[in-house]
Ligand binder design. Structure first.
Ligand code: ASP
Length: 385
């Protein structure tokens, strides 16, 4: 048992990578930031070495932007917005430039941001011209009396706030267009005309790696700043071939995005949005985590049960390690398992009040990375890294 407890502590350290050694060990909490670039069918061998390297470099560049903001004493909201802007500008991801197309050949962006200390939140859906949907979400939160704006009204508001607008063709990428064409043909649906202003076929060859469109590619960031403020943000083009004004989980506060300092929890999700809405994933993870902490016997009992199972020797060591988790990791794992039970797939990133980062996914990969005041940037793609 003693050995197992030691292993438990080791496992917690391994999975949690705390930004500081102990709660309360320093006057001010260190900063910490984690991001995702979408979850999905991402298996070794599917990405060429160049594609693999391009994604890792993009994640590292985005982490560096967030690290700079937080290291300089910027707020977690500033970091979330700055990092998501970088990812929105990067055609590798399904957000901003590089977003997926609707069935009628348009690009409609959804985004949300949330401030942990105040529970203020802002969200937008169906934006077609605003270059940085995450900034529109933040403007809704800070400069409107509302939480969630959609479509033309949201765009009018963003314009009134001086946010940059671009021609919709700015968001066009050949690989997302070809992804739409393939999906509509598969589904026996009509293929719309190529969007006006889109570059001629082949003109973007060499610019964007031709990846499979099945990787979702939504982007999200969770952050903790030096003042201990948590924030979360998410931005996406949604799902390829979406119709009828479909809106996913991303801008639904509590589904794809949530942050609460009271619960010590910030979450951004990615995956098949309908299931994430039904399971109220982001809020539920925070509630589960808080419950594990408030009523430690829940966590301890579960831990004991799993420890006992591990002790019986049935599962391999790695499985035992996964079972010996902190509340945050247990909460994220349990929630993704529930999404899976409903039939959904995807992943989440979770930041705790002390800067611990947890990932959970039921897909073969999720583009992701983290950095903190005390740990260098690290990025990963495949579920088993
Ligand atoms: N969750 C997003 C949506 O359903 C898609 C994704 O994460 O890839 O709109």
């Amino acid at each position: 048992m003693k050995t197992l407890l030691t292993a438990a502590v080791a496992a917690m350290t391994l999975f949690a990578l705390p930004a500081r050694a102990q709660e309360g060990a320093e006057d001010r909490p260190a900063w910490s930031l984690a991001l995702h670039g979408g979850a999905g069918v991402i298996e070794r061998g599917q990405l060429t070495p160049e594609q693999d390297a391009a994604y890792r470099a993009a994640l590292e560049a985005a982490l560096a932007v967030g690290a700079r903001v937080l290291e300089d004493g910027g707020s977690s909201l500033d970091a979330v917005e700055a990092v998501i802007q970088v990812l929105e500008d990067d055609p590798l991801f399904n957000a901003g430039r590089g977003a997926v197309f609707t069935a009628d050949g348009r690009i409609e962006h959804d985004a949300a941001i949330m401030d942990g200390p105040t529970l203020r939140a802002g969200a937008v859906a169906g934006l077609t011209r605003t270059r940085h949907p995450i900034s529109a979400a933040r403007a809704v939160m800070e400069r409107s009396p509302h939480v969630f704006l959609i479509g033309a009204g949201a765009e009018t508001f963003a314009r009134s706030q001086g946010l940059e607008e671009v021609d919709p063709s700015y968001f066009f990428t050949e690989r997302r267009w070809q992804g739409l064409v393939r999906q509509l043909e598969r589904d026996g649906l009509p293929v719309p005309a190529r969007p006006e202003g889109a570059p001629a076929p082949g003109a973007m060859a060499g610019v964007v790696p031709p990846l499979d469109e099945k990787k979702f590619g939504t982007v999200g960031v969770v952050a903790l700043d030096r003042e201990g403020r948590l924030a979360a943000g998410t931005s996406t083009g949604g799902m390829t071939g979406k119709r009828w004004g479909r809106v996913g989980d991303v801008p639904v506060i509590g589904a794809g995005t949530y942050a609460s300092n009271a619960e010590g929890c910030a979450v951004s999700a990615t995956g098949s949005g309908e299931y994430f809405i039904r399971a109220t994933v982001a809020r539920d993870i925070c509630a589960r985590k808080a419950a594990f902490e408030t009523y430690p016997e829940i966590g301890v009992a579960e831990l004991a049960r799993r420890t006992e199972a591990c002790e019986r020797g049935a599962p391999p060591d790695a499985v035992c390690m996964v079972h010996l988790q902190l509340p945050g990791h247990m909460a994220a794992q349990a929630e993704i398992a529930e999404v899976g039970t409903l039939g959904g797939e995807g992943g989440v990133i979770l930041m705790t009040r002390s800067g611990q980062v947890h990932y959970a996914m039921n897909t073969s990969g999720m583009y992701r990375g983290r950095v903190s005041a005390t740990s260098p940037a690290e990025v990963a793609i495949y579920a088993d890294e």
